[in-house]
Design a protein around this ligand. Sequence first.
Ligand code: GNR
Ligand code: NI
Length: 200
Amino acid sequence: MRYPEACDVASANSLRRGGKIGYGSGMTIKPLIILPDPVLRQVSAPVETIDDDIRRLADDMLETMYDAPGIGLAAIQIGVPKRLLVLDVTKEGEERSPLVFINPEIVHSSGERSVYEEGCLSIPDYYAEVERPAAITVKYLDREGRKHAVEADGLLATCLQHEIDHLNGVLFIDHISKLKRDMVIRKFTKAAKVRGSRAI
Ligand code: GNR
Ligand code: NI
C-alpha cells in the first residue's frame, strides 16, 4: 500500500523524470529499475565513506521516492548497488519526515509477526500480503556518519525490512507463494519485452 500525496512540485514534475527538480534545488528524480531487471538481484556493497556524493544520492533518492510516490526506496532501485535506503512513513497531510539509513543492520527481530499488504516501486501496481517480524531493532549510520539504533514496529518495521531486503537482492514477491511469484514475474517479463521492442 502506498500513501499517495498531494500534488507538489516534484509530482507535477514526474513527466520530467530524470531531470532536475525546479530551479537550483540540485535534486534529481532518477528512473526506477523495474522487475525483471537483474540489477534488482544484486547484493549491494557497504558505503565506505559518507561524503557529499552519498548525501546527494540520498537527496535524489528522497526526491524520486516522493515523486513516485512511495514510502521507501533502496539505492539499487535507481541502479546504485550501495547499502543506503530512504524512508518516510508519515501519512498524507502530515509533515514530511525523511529518513536516511546507511549500512543498516537488523540486530533483533521479534517472534511476533504481522501481515501488511506490500507494494514495490520496482513492481508497479502489484500488491500482496507479506508476513514479517512485527518489530525489529536496526543499527545504522545517518547522513553525517553518526551511529544510531532504532526500535521499529508497525509500518516502519515492515518498510525497513522491505528496504533492507532490497540491499540483499530480495524482493517482497520472494515472500509470497511460488505460484503467485511466477505469475508476477511472467507478467513483468512480457511487459518488459513489449517495452523493449517499441522504438522510443
Ligand atoms: O511505497 C512503498 N510502499 C510499501 C508498502 C508496504 C510495504 C512496503 C512498501 S515500500 C514501497 C516502496 C518501495 O518499493 N521500496 O522499496
Ligand atoms: Ni521495494
